[in-house]
Design a protein around this ligand. Structure first.
Ligand code: ARG
Length: 464
């Protein structure tokens, strides 16, 4: 026996691995997360080998039982990971062979760690995507609840963070809903390309055994086996795609976060976040900080960073598998953890948002938010839009000068700007009149919001 007897690949080596190199090259510290998927893949592989006559019924059964025992040992914390066994695949295989003897050594027939790891990551990511889509939908349901409750609550809508036009709070919630809808669709689309089975590609060129890849794919719930063995072991596009979709979700959450932070400030005072989602200051007794949205806003950065890591990892890699690919796991895992944590925090927090309708209304009354309504009114009375724009601009200038909103001017003052203005103008200048008038598909009118909520609920139900 060589000094490398504990290494599953020790045959051709004449000296032990340098201790530092062993630790440096090992991935067991992080790829142990994949143990369930690794075992699932191994069980399917063994069953396929049995089906095509490479393993006998007894051998296959012994491997399946042994793998179940290994899984039990991992889950009950009994199995000790070994760095000298490098990664999750060899830790599990070595323990299997301890348990069932030489039959355990037959499991690796017709496969390589290269197709094995590619399969494990896909099984793992597929499961995580399903969970993440559910979390997105839970958050979406929360938004729909808020949108329904506050369908006619008015706040100022902003452009350039300057008061623009009155909108309904429900409408604002539905904007967030739409962003998440695209996110869920992107993940579902990404999942289609995750759900392809690389197993059978072996190291890079395929294998000499009469394997039945369709059978293994079916056992593992994959859509189909991959078509090219070189591509199968080297492709990590699916992980990059996922990280790109995750980046968009985090970008969206950072935008929600920013608005929540602004809205909870004393200057805006539009909403209250319940105490359980906030923390205090160790020095300023009065402080209540919106930590959850702030943290989510900050966490977006690490997910974007992981996207760049993965792209850079793959850039210029020659076919087929290279050890570089071991570096795909930590960014991917951290992206998943960060995304799941952020979505959970939001899905828990959003239904608990308390709306301060009076303050929002007060804010909407400032900043001449119904000026466009006056211009539209003049257009309806036959004045070309550009001229109407000019007329209203002058009225606003008077308002700025005298510190009054358009609705606070009397009819005489207003008719001085245009003789088309009549007493019915005051209805047009109210906040309620303004939002109610935007009564078309995609508009902010309360009735439109309620209709969208209903349609969105149906859509969510159908996709669950
Ligand atoms: N730990 C490796 C990884 O994460 C598994 C595949 C290793 N293959 C190899 N030939 N060294 O990618």
């Amino acid at each position: 026996m060589s000094e490398q007897e504990d290494k599953l690949w020790g045959g051709r080596f004449s000296e032990p691995t340098d201790a530092f190199v062993e630790a440096f090259t090992a991935s067991i510290g992080f790829d142990q997360r994949l143990y369930r998927h690794d075992i699932e893949g191994s069980k399917a592989h063994a069953q396929m080998l049995n089906k095509v006559g490479v393993l006998t019924d007894e051998e296959c059964q012994s491997i399946l039982d042994g793998l179940a025992q290994v899984e039990y040992e991992i889950e009950s914390g009994k199995l000790e990971w070994s760095i000298s066994l490098e990664d999750i695949h060899m830790n599990i295989e070595a323990r299997l062979t301890d348990l069932i003897g030489d039959t355990g050594k037959k499991l690796h027939t017709g496969r390589s760690r290269n197709d094995q790891i590619a399969t494990d990551i896909r099984l793992y990511l597929r499961e995580e995507i399903d969970f993440i889509i559910e979390e997105i939908q839970r958050l979406q349901e929360g938004l729909l609840g808020l949108a329904e409750r506050e369908a006619s609550t008015i706040l100022p809508g902003f452009t350039h963070l300057q008061v623009a036009q009155p909108i309904t709070f429900g409408h604002h919630m539905l904007a967030w809903f739409e962003m998440l809808q695209r996110d869920a669709e992107r993940l579902a689309d990404c999942r289609r390309r995750v759900n392809i089975m690389p197993l059978g590609a072996a190291a890079l060129a395929g294998t000499t055994y009469p394997i039945d890849r369709n059978y293994t794919a079916k056992l593992l719930g994959f859509e189909r086996p991959s078509r090219n063995s070189l591509d199968s072991v080297s492709d990590r596009d699916f992980a990059i795609e996922f990280n790109a979709a995750a980046s968009l979700i985090m970008m969206h959450l950072s935008r929600f976060s920013e608005e929540l932070v602004i809205w909870t400030s004393a200057q805006f005072n539009f909403i209250n976040l319940p105490d359980r989602f906030c923390t205090g200051s160790s020095i300023m007794p009065q402080k209540k900080n919106p930590d959850v949205p702030e943290l989510v806003r900050g966490k977006a950065g690490r997910v974007f960073g992981h996207l760049i890591s993965l792209l850079t990892l793959m850039k210029s890699q020659p076919l087929a598998y290279n050890k570089d690919n071991q570096e795909d796991k930590e960014p991917l895992f951290d992206t998943i953890d960060t995304l799941k944590g952020s979505l959970r925090a939001f899905a828990d927090m959003v239904p608990a948002i308390e709306v301060k309708a009076d303050f929002m209304r007060q804010a909407a009354l400032q900043g001449f938010s119904t000026a466009t309504d006056l211009a539209d009114y003049l257009v309806r009375k036959g004045i070309p839009f550009r001229d109407a724009h000019e007329i209203v601009g002058k009225a606003v200038a008077l308002g700025v000068e005298t510190g009054r909103d358009l609705s606070e001017m009397d009819l005489e003052e207003l008719t001085a700007f245009s003789d088309r203005i009549e007493a019915d103008i005051f209805e047009v200048l109210t906040l309620e009149g303004s939002v109610a008038a935007r009564d078309h598909l995609g508009g902010t009118a309360p009735g439109q919001v309620l209709a969208q909520v209903e349609a969105a609920r149906k859509g969510l139900k159908n996709s669950q």
